[in-house]
Design a protein around this ligand. Structure first.
Ligand code: PBG
Length: 327
């Protein structure tokens, strides 16, 4: 055998050549930026385990939204911290709830920015679970009505898309039916279809004050060991009317992202969660990793696996690097 004819290094010699044959690109247009809204004014409270992220009163949240929009980030994903919690998570579907107010304010001020809302009860319930609790258990069907009501109230406030993250069975159908009946047949649903019971949500639960007060979420979120089950979950959500399906977290589940994209061909979102952000931030702060390069590599990997949309707390940092031609 002569020396191989194909020498892969030929195309790696110069930056220009490398960029010509690059298979995966990152754009600000691929990102969704998650934000946490709180009641009050002038509040910008740092989240300890998520450096660079804050709990924001609506006036401050608007500044973040303007910033994101000016960088070409098309969408934000809003989470809310209520004034009071109760067993049925009443503020989740209250007309003047924190999310409903935030959505109205963002749509009034920055109409071109897409506002996606997280639809869940866990930030609003006193027990911290994503559904109704009876006899110490999280009940599926009684939760559906409240979840659908929450989604409708978000659409009513002007949300461009709703994103149910509760993992109750049948919630996508319940939301679709509710939205259609309430006069919002055009509002798309981005379903957290394959959402795993993950340790990587830890920093988020600090941020959103949504840690379950008893037990854990394993009776409704997926077992990290299962991929075939993820295909069944996605198939159900597609049948029930999901427009975009999501895999969450992202980095430990790249195989699931790839399979969902390959088998369904629908737009796929990947949520690179709080723990993924915290890991890279922490290692960066310690000087153990080059944070910028690690961030871009991680986001590129998520896109390469097949995600069309990446929900990431790095959205602004990454968009800045891309704009500067450094990513
Ligand atoms: C609410 C919800 C969670 C996240 C998004 N929506 C937390 C959870 O399921 O406990 C996690 C997001 C993140 O970690 O960045 N159900």
């Amino acid at each position: 055998m002569p020396f191989p004819i194909y020498r892969p290094r030929r195309l790696r010699e110069s930056p220009l050549l490398r960029s010509m044959v690059r298979e995966t690109t990152l754009r600000a247009a691929d990102f969704v930026y998650p934000l946490f809204a709180v009641h009050g004014r002038g509040i910008r409270e740092p989240i300890g385990s998520m450096p660079g992220q804050y709990r924001l009163s609506i006036d401050e949240l608007l500044k973040e939204c303007k910033d994101a929009a000016s960088m070409g980030i098309p969408a934000v994903l809003l989470f809310g911290l209520p004034r009071d919690k109760d067993p049925r998570g009443t503020e989740a579907y209250a007309e003047d709830g924190i999310i409903q107010q935030a959505v109205r304010a963002v749509k009034d001020t920055i109409p071109d920015l897409l506002v996606i809302t997280d639809v869940c009860l866990c930030e609003y319930t006193s027990h911290g679970h994503c559904g109704v609790v009876e006899d110490g258990r999280v009940k599926n069907d009684p939760s559906l009505e409240l979840i659908a009501r929450t989604a409708i109230s978000h659409a009513d406030a002007g949300a461009d898309m709703v994103a149910p993250s509760d993992m109750m069975d049948g919630r996508v159908a319940a939301i679709r039916e509710g939205l259609d009946e309430a006069g919002f047949p055009e509002t798309p649903i981005m379903a957290y279809s394959a959402k795993y019971a993950s340790a990587f949500y830890g920093p988020f639960r600090e941020a959103a004050d949504s840690t379950p007060q008893f037990g854990d979420r394993r009776s409704y979120q997926m077992d990290p060991a299962n991929a075939l089950e993820a295909m069944r979950e996605v198939a159900l959500d597609v049948d029930e009317g999901a427009d975009i399906v999501m895999v969450k977290p992202a980095l430990p589940y790249l195989d699931v992202i790839a399979r969902v994209k390959g088998e369904f061909g629908l737009p796929v979102a990947a949520y690179s969660v709080s723990g993924e952000y915290a890991m890279l931030k922490a290692a960066g702060q310690l000087g153990w990793l080059d944070e910028e390069r690690a961030m871009i590599e991680a986001l590129t990997g998520i896109r390469r696996a097949g995600a069309d949309i990446i929900i990431t707390y790095f959205a602004k940092d990454a968009a800045r690097l891309i704009e500067q031609g450094r990513a």
